[in-house]
Structures are given as structure tokens and as C-alpha cells.
Design a protein around this ligand. Structure first.
Ligand code: SF4
Ligand code: ZN
Ligand code: ZN
Length: 307
């Protein structure tokens, strides 16, 4: 079924086909409903939007910037991490830079090289680990630390329904249910001053919807993917879910809807998980020393051995 006589730009899983204008309205409405349903944004906020320069993060930045223009009590800044991935991150950061310049949005860039002394590419030459494992640990560490320094009240990320679905399935498969208790549209540990609360305005938007929105609204003109992504377990789960979705449309929505029903029970079950301050860096940690400090120590040791 078509929405009107204009050319459709997307077919939703329900079979409905929407033109550019109706789809843009549908998408933005879904994001605003998500913000209001889960109470993601209060009356007065200083929000940092974690931007990679990819379609999801630019979509969140674009929509929240519109919200901020209508309501000056909601301040928006962009925050980007340069992991140091040759041939990839420099291009996406350029996209982020020019988007922020064009829209007069403040952009703060922090790099692994400056903060840890090594780029991700250099770290991977020293340690034999999957790239996404250390990349994710250092990125979360830096985003949380810098968000506190910037006095942000919330950190908005571009995670969409597909990303969340993958995380839920990965945690199930790896028997890491406690990690699932920290998922959801309000992620991390809410009401803990060591953490800046992370919010996911695209929580109920699929990857296909976010990609379509970004391209038809000219938020970016090319698609770049990290060269390390194919080595990740997430990529395998993503492909499996996409295959299942093509055979049984709607399974991603069903997975997230059932996850949202059990999430309050998971939060209750793991609410006593003690959050300590890392003995080395004071950042939050489940153990005496945080994962970032453990890997930094390993890098230092291996670097000395290599020399
Ligand atoms: S795909 Fe992996 S290595 Fe590449 S940016 Fe994402 S987490 Fe980092
Ligand atoms: Zn239409
Ligand atoms: Zn630490």
C-alpha cells in the first residue's frame, strides 16, 4: 500500500510504502515518541551526541539539534572519538566536522593517540586481540570520562533497533545476561554519578529506516564501514538476524518488544552489582581495576618486550 501518489523511498516491514515527505514525518515522529515514552530528555539538558560521522549518529545529531533550536534550555554538543583507524576514521571525522560546521554545532574530538599514547592500529600490532574488543572498551571509557569533564547531563548515541537486537542476542549467546541489564533506551547505570547516562533516541528505528532517513535528508553522501567490522562476532549476529528478518519480517521488533518486557526484571536482578572506582584511574569499574587500565598495562608491558 502506498502512502500517496509520490514515489516511495522505503517499504516498511508492514508492507506500507512511504514517500520522502511521509517517511520523514513517520521517522521523526517515532524518534520523538521514543524520547517521550522512555523519558530520555528532561526540560533542561546539556546533551552530548556521540558522533562517528556515520548515518546513525548524524541522524540523532540532526534531530536533537532541531529540538534544541526550538527549546534553548536543551543544549547540544557533539563529541567524537578518533580511534586511529587508517583510511576510515579520518574520512568519517571529516564528515562529522563539516556537518557540525554547517549547522553551528560545537564538536569535541578526543583521540586514543593523545589519551593513551597509541592509535588503535598501533595497539593491534602489539596485542593479539579482536579489534572491536579493545576499541569498544577504550571508546566507552573515553566517552564517559570526557562527558563528565564537559559536564554533560546525557550522552546520546546513534544505537538503533538492529544494534540493540544484536547486543541482546550476543549477550544471550555468551551467557552475559548482566550486560543485558545495562542495555535499553536509557543505558548504563542510571542515577550513578560516576556514569553519564546514555540515551538512544533511535531505539525503535531499524537500520534500514535510519539509513534511508540520513540519505534522503542529505546528512551524508557516502557510506563508510570500519575495515575491522568483519572480524567481529557482532557482524555474524547481524548477518544472521538480517537473514531471519528477510524470511520472517518483524522478528527484530518482536525481539526488542519482548526484551523491553524482561528488562525491568533484569535491572532488578542485577541492581546490586557494585560499581567501584578503578584503583588506577577512578573511572567506574566492576572490579578493582577497570578493563581500560588492564589493557593499557598489557600494552605497556608488551611494548617494552617488543623494544
Ligand atoms: S567496528 Fe570495531 S574496530 Fe571498528 S570502530 Fe567499531 S568497534 Fe572499533
Ligand atoms: Zn506520501
Ligand atoms: Zn582504570
Amino acid at each position: 500500500m502506498n502512502c500517496c501518489n509520490a514515489k516511495p523511498v522505503i517499504e516498511l516491514y508492514s508492507g506500507e510504502k512511504l514517500c520522502k515527505s511521509h517517511f520523514t514525518g513517520y521517522f521523526e515522529n517515532k524518534v520523538f515518541k521514543t524520547i517521550s515514552r522512555f523519558g530520555l530528555i528532561g526540560k533542561e539538558e546539556n546533551i552530548g551526541v556521540a558522533v562517528s560521522g556515520g548515518k546513525d549518529s548524524l541522524t540523532v545529531l540532526h534531530i536533537l539539534n532541531g529540538l534544541s533550536r526550538q527549546n534553548p534550555k536543551i543544549k547540544i554538543n557533539a563529541i567524537a572519538i578518533d580511534e586511529g583507524i587508517a583510511g576510515y576514521r579520518n574520512k568519517t571525522l571529516e564528515t562529522a566536522r563539516s556537518f557540525c560546521e554547517k549547522n553551528s554545532i560545537g564538536l569535541h574530538i578526543f583521540s586514543y593517540k593523545e589519551e593513551f599514547g597509541l592509535t588503535l592500529d598501533e595497539m593491534l600490532k602489539i596485542l593479539k586481540v579482536k579489534p572491536c574488543t579493545i576499541c569498544g572498551i577504550f571508546r566507552r571509557y573515553l566517552l564517559n570520562k570526557k562527558s563528565k569533564e564537559l559536564k554533560l547531563t546525557k550522552l546520546a548515541t546513534g544505537h538503533n533497533l538492529d544494534d540493540e537486537c544484536q547486543s541482546v542476542m550476543m549477550n544471550q549467546m555468551k551467557n552475559n545476561i548482566e550486560a543485558s541489564s545495562r542495555l535499553g533506551p536509557n543505558a548504563g547505570l542510571v542515577n550513578n554519578d560516576k556514569f553519564v547516562q546514555r540515551i538512544k533516541p533511535l531505539y525503535l528505528c531499524t537500520e534500514k529506516e535510519a539509513t534511508t532517513y540520513a540519505f534522503i535528508n542529505n546528512l551524508l553522501d557516502s557510506f563508510n564501514e570500519c575495515p575491522n567490522v568483519s572480524q567481529s562476532f557482532r557482524a555474524q549476529v547481524r548477518d544472521m538476524l538480517n537473514d531471519l528478518e528477510s524470511k520472517s519480517p518483524g522478528i527484530k521488533y518482536s525481539t526488542i518488544n519482548s526484551f523491553l518486557q524482561v528488562l525491568p526484571m533484569l535491572k532488578e536482578r542485577f541492581k546490586d552489582g557494585i560499581v567501584k572506582a578503578c584503583a588506577k584511574c577512578s573511572e567506574p569499574s566492576a572490579n578493582d581495576i577497570c578493563n581500560a587500565c588492564i589493557y593499557l598495562e598489557k600494552l605497556k608491558k608488551n611494548l617494552i618486550e617488543v623494544k
